[in-house]
Design a protein around this ligand. Structure first.
Ligand code: 5GP
Length: 185
């Protein structure tokens, strides 16, 4: 398979590396204060959240562990039903634990709403959510967000874990595609 064209010139930076790093450090400090003296398990959803998780956890100064889930939507059906397929479940039980879901972006809210319902059935001691980006204009289901990095406009974004066709996750900033980005070669 031919590699996709790398169209960095057609990306407009939206949130710089400096802004991301400053905000992630603030979120880590806030979470550290809130969970002082309490057990904490960070649950990240693959793959978009890994970059955020890796930076965030290094700013959390209280003891904590991490675990991962992988989900896949049923395409268009997800928009209406909110049904999400679990591709990889957590390694560890969460009953009685303080769970913090780490999300890259909350868009319609369907994925997170489903994940919350699923995890709440397992009776954690508490369940909160930290999301780096909140595209709240697009919300279709109301999901409580406890920590929000940035509110972003209704636009498709890439970078810092977020992909387009599995590329651009490694960008240290968040960017919006410019005109022509999605055009075929
Ligand atoms: P929701 O269920 O809230 O509509 O969708 C959440 C998921 O959709 C995110 O975890 C992410 O994988 C994907 N998503 C939503 N908006 C964007 C975006 O602007 N860029 C990218 N790369 N993924 C997005």
């Amino acid at each position: 398979m031919r590699p996709q064209k790398w169209r960095l010139d057609l990306l407009e930076p939206l949130i710089t590396e400096e802004q991301l790093q400053r905000r992630v450090a603030e979120l880590g400090a806030e979470i550290s204060r809130d969970y002082e003296g309490r057990d904490l398990l960070l649950v990240a959803v693959l793959k978009g959240s890994v970059v955020f998780l890796a930076d965030l956890m290094r700013h959390i100064t209280t003891p904590h562990s991490i675990d991962f889930m992988a989900t896949s939507s049923y395409g268009a059906a997800t928009e209406s039903s909110g049904i999400v397929r679990i591709l990889k479940d957590l390694d560890m039980p969460i009953t009685g634990r303080n769970v913090l879901i780490v999300e890259d972006i909350v868009d319609t809210g369907h994925t997170l709403a489903y994940l919350r319902r699923l995890l709440l059935e397992r009776e954690p001691a508490s369940l909160r959510v930290v999301t780096l980006l909140d595209k709240r204009e697009r919300r279709e289901v109301d999901v409580p967000l406890d920590y929000v990095g940035f509110v972003v406009p209704n636009a498709f974004v890439v970078g810092y874990g977020l992909d387009y066709a599995e590329l651009y996750r490694n960008l240290p900033y968040i960017a919006v595609p410019k005109e022509g980005f999605f055009d075929e070669e």
